[in-house]
Unconditional design. Structure first.
Length: 464
């Protein structure tokens, strides 16, 4: 017999206290942090949905692996366990450990990205784009047309526009595209999955023109489970079988194990190219560490290897997607505009639609994110013009991002349903007085990845 209620497929063994701040305290905290939620201390947050990266609760088996970690500088047993696990799931010949996903991006683009090159993606995330642009390349987003309508219930809105990819290759020349990337799931595109058919089609185009295909694999297991649920022909396949097929169409991948590795730190870079792998290992030694630890402790390698197996458990993935869907459906039912359908790791509020009176370059997403913290201590992340605005190369003027979103990223195995119900309540209170919210302006910023550290000033104080 099956039941309607999907329960957490785990028991809680350790707890961490939450400091319950008052609204007056949070208003002072916001002013001190220059209204940038990245500058707020974690013990000043009640529910932290800033990111699902590195915030997972590890299992008892992972903690046992931490104790088994081999901390040898060279030839660590933990590395070989890690390497065997990654090869078995992802199928690539060379496995290079790094301390997190952006380190894999930095090594990859340092070797392949030259000034003037073009790197397409379904949608680049912030560190991917920044690492490309830092090397003088151009990061081009090629999302499928369905992504432009946040209300459309298309099952695979994370797909790449393959016609646009063909046109781009014709315009700039295959020789100027060192690789194509595909992000699964599509984080900047609302956490939407990519279909196997699309992965296969992108791969065929890349092979036609002799361009390597790399997958940003941070949330590969969630993407695999979406394929199982939504794509014909995959219902009877396991997430592991689906993941293996996904990566069989690629030449390499970057991975932040802080997401679907269920670990607090770590990642890896994979390739089938022997010569490139040797160059990557040389750069790894220079900047990260010896190839059998790559900036990680042996205990981290153990935790990642175990986490990569646990994340493919179907009961876990059913619960993971259901808990995210629960949040999305509850706020959407009350009129809060979200990216439909809800993604795997996060719910994305469409702040541009919720706050149409705030122009994009007055950052409606930031306004809503600040208000959620002010009201209820809920920390979220702006995914809009603060993060992704572009400067016009001719005029120098700032161009808004294509969407103004607020991401509510749910840490894995951390919060209970009552925590999520509290988040729903806070969002609905903000939604009821949304007309009173006002925009922000940036008073200080850095040239790259400004959202991590920039300072804001409210254009007018929020009032109730």
């Amino acid at each position: 017999m099956s039941f309607r209620t999907i329960i957490e497929p785990f028991k809680i063994k350790a707890v961490e206290p939450i400091r319950l701040t008052t609204q007056a305290e949070r208003e002072a905290i916001l002013e001190r942090a220059h209204y940038n939620l990245f500058l707020v201390r974690s013990d000043e947050v009640i529910i932290d949905l800033l990111t699902d990266s590195g915030t997972a609760a590890m299992s008892s088996e992972q903690w046992a692996g931490v104790m088994r970690g081999d901390e040898s500088y060279a030839g660590s047993r933990s590395f070989y366990f890690f390497e065997e696990t990654v090869r078995d799931i992802f199928g690539f010949k060379h496995v290079i450990p790094v301390h997190q996903g952006r380190a894999a991006e930095r090594i990859l683009f340092a070797l392949l990205c030259k000034p003037g090159c073009v790197i397409p993606n379904n949608t680049h995330f912030d560190t991917t784009r920044a690492n490309i642009e830092y090397r003088g390349g151009r990061a081009v987003d090629l999302p499928c047309p369905e992504l432009s309508d946040t209300t459309a219930p298309h099952p695979f809105k994370g797909n790449m526009d393959t016609d646009a990819l063909e046109r781009l290759i014709s315009e700039v020349g295959a020789e100027n595209i060192p690789l194509v990337m595909l992000t699964v799931t599509n984080n900047s595109g609302g956490g939407q999955p990519v279909s196997m058919a699309n992965i296969r089609a992108v791969s065929a185009i890349c092979r036609k023109y002799g361009i390597p295909l790399y997958i940003d694999a941070c949330r590969f297991a969630e993407n695999a489970y979406f394929i199982k649920l939504r794509e014909p022909g995959y219902a009877d396949k396991t997430p592991l079988e689906i993941a293996r097929e996904m990566f069989s169409y690629a030449d390499g991948c970057t991975m932040s194990a802080k997401k679907d590795g269920l670990a607090n730190i770590g990642g890896f870079l994979c390739t089938n190219d022997d010569a490139l792998a040797q160059q990557e290992k040389e750069l790894l030694i220079l900047t990260e560490g010896f190839p059998t630890y790559g900036g990680l402790a042996g205990r981290d390698l153990e935790a990642i290897a175990i986490g990569l197996r646990e994340v493919l458990d179907e009961h876990y993935l059913e619960y993971r997607l259901a808990s995210t869907r629960y949040l999305g459906e509850h706020i959407a039912r009350e009129g809060v505009p979200i990216v439909q359908p809800p993604g795997g790791h996060a719910v994305y509020i469409d702040a541009g639609r919720m706050l149409p009176h705030i122009p994009p370059l007055q950052f409606p997403g930031q306004s809503l994110a600040v208000e959620l913290y002010r009201l209820g201590g809920v920390r979220s992340c702006e995914i809009g013009s603060v993060m992704f605005a572009q400067r016009d190369p001719d005029t120098g003027e700032e161009r808004p991002a294509p969407r103004e979103l607020v991401r509510l990223a749910i840490p894995r195995r951390v919060y209970t349903q009552s925590h999520v119900d509290y988040v729903v309540e806070v969002i609905l209170v903000a939604h009821r007085h949304r007309e009173q919210l006002r925009g922000y302006r940036i008073t200080w910023q850095t040239p790259f990845l400004r959202h991590f550290s920039c300072h804001f000033e409210p254009l007018s104080p929020p009032s109730l």
